[in-house]
Design a protein around this ligand. Structure first.
Ligand SMILES: [Fe+2]
Ligand SMILES: [Fe+2]
Length: 475
């Protein structure tokens, strides 16, 4: 059951051949997907053969298949984790009932919305990253970018499968629209804000894959708890791929820090201008990138108080992160949670019903998880004997969603007047000069084993290959 059949036009482990209607619908969607990939997928990659990992089964060991393939020929398909037939709903009002194999009528609209919103982020990130191959800092990094791109494509397939299988005509229309919206397009943008921001350079890419793919991890983990079993099983499999995306981000930033620390020690100065002159990224600029990507990403969790979040939970559509490991009643009625509110120009904590605050609960889980990685980045500085540390900004900094969007807050959590914000904005967020400087470092370095000056090589290669392995064959 869990072995994937690659001899079919659409590789799958869901017995697609037995559902002719669905198979036809997906086979009709497939050429549109390829057209979308050709139009807005990775620029200039058509003839390259990339050392990619392909899933051969959904077992943990089913991951080990690596080989050079053209991305356009990547076997995108439909893979679900095996189900356990007797799984019970374990939170919300339906707690204790059997999970659903089909969409209950009363939850149809909400489930569709959840799946479409998740599905929309997948092609969006491919669009955001499409130019990066032209300025890769190494062949190793280029390969990692392309691996992420094909997997985001597969995540789109995963959501389209659910739409086409369970939502009839509406689902087919939504599947089409997922290929029509475009990241950053004024007339037909992607659904969520962060997925319309540009990913202009590789530092932004590493920050995005560290922070924003981690939002993906938390959203998928919450959906993996769903009472709608096909959604739970699909997202569980997607999570295994997400781990690699976050690894690329974390190790990428770590290597940038390593290189900068080395330059600080060699040049015996941490002066940003001197470091920039030496062609490395100063820690102040790195901090501003952290501030930007962190704040834009925590907005993705939605408003701090939301009746939708309560509905999604109570009706069993979306759980909390690691729902099963929590020792409360998993119904949450009468429980409270602290959110931040602005009163008289000050941030104050306020207790609200937990059900309405579940976006905030997930955001706080995300914050804990992302701070752990920032701590690992600081170990690199510590090891290099440097006193500098990176931090994540205050939760209320630079927010565009919820109660906190009404105030300007400094990275250390003070509510500030417009004038103070304006004076300091370029110290707190990447300025035009920062972007121009980072852009000036972005040249294409793609000879095997060569690395751009601003980033250290990784400790090891992919799949135990050497660092100077030919990860991409340009044809
Ligand atoms: Fe994804
Ligand atoms: Fe991802």
């Amino acid at each position: 059951m869990s072995t994937i059949n690659y001899s079919e036009k659409i590789p799958n482990n869901v017995n697609l051949a037995e559902d002719r209607t669905l198979q036809r619908a997906l086979e009709q969607w497939q050429p549109s997907f390829i057209n979308w990939w050709d139009d807005v997928g990775p620029v200039g990659s058509t003839d390259s053969e990339v050392y990619l990992r392909t899933a051969v089964s959904v077992d943990p060991q089913g991951w080990a298949q690596f080989g050079h393939v053209k991305m356009r020929d990547y076997r995108w398909g439909v893979f679900l984790n095996p189900g356990s037939a007797d799984r019970d709903v374990h939170f919300g009002d339906h707690k204790g009932e059997k999970v659903w194999q089909d969409v209950p009528g009363e939850h149809r609209a909400n489930l569709r919305r959840i799946i479409v919103t998740q599905g929309d982020t997948e092609p969006a990130s491919v669009e955001q990253q499409r130019h990066l191959g032209l300025t890769a800092p190494s062949m190793y990094d280029l390969r990692n970018l392309f691996q992420i791109n094909v997997e985001e494509g597969r995540h789109l397939w995963a959501m389209v499968y659910l739409l086409q299988k369970h939502f009839g005509r509406d689902g087919r229309e939504e599947a089409g629209a997922l290929l029509e919206r475009r990241s950053g397009d004024e007339n037909n943008p992607r659904i969520l804000g962060a997925f319309n921001e540009a990913t202009p350079d590789w530092l932004a890419f590493f920050m995005f894959t560290y922070f924003t793919d981690r939002d993906g991890k938390f959203q998928l983990a919450a959906l993996a708890e769903s009472a709608f079993d096909p959604l739970a099983r699909t997202t569980k499999f997607m999570l295994t791929e997400e781990a690699h995306h976050m690894f690329v981000g974390e190790s990428g930033v770590s290597r940038v820090i390593q290189r900068t620390a080395q330059a600080i020690n060699t040049l015996k100065t941490d002066d940003p201008a001197t470091l920039r002159g030496a062609g490395v990224i100063d820690l102040e600029t790195l901090q501003r990138y952290v501030n930007f990507h962190y704040s834009v990403t925590i907005d993705l969790f939605g408003a701090d108080q939301s009746s939708n979040a309560a509905t999604f939970y109570s009706s069993g559509l979306k759980g909390r992160y690691e729902e099963g490991k929590r020792d409360d009643d998993h119904v949450l009625k009468g429980q409270t949670y602290k959110v931040l509110e602005v009163v008289g120009g000050q941030l104050v904590e306020k207790e609200v019903p937990m059900l309405n605050a579940l976006n905030e609960v997930l955001r706080d889980d995300f914050i804990k998880d992302s701070m752990a990685g920032v701590g690992r980045w600081n170990k690199v500085l510590e090891k290099a004997g440097l006193p500098h540390r990176l931090t994540v900004p205050h939760k209320a900094f630079h927010r565009n969603i919820g109660a906190l969007s009404q105030v300007k807050v400094s990275p250390d959590g003070r509510v500030v007047a417009e004038a103070e914000w304006a004076t300091n904005k370029d110290k707190w967020l990447p300025s035009r000069e920062d972007f121009a400087f980072v852009a000036s470092l972005m040249g294409r370095v793609v000879e095997p084993g060569q690395f751009a000056n601003w980033i250290a090589p990784p400790n090891m290669g992919i799949n135990k290959q050497p660092v100077d392995f030919e990860y991409v064959r340009f044809n």
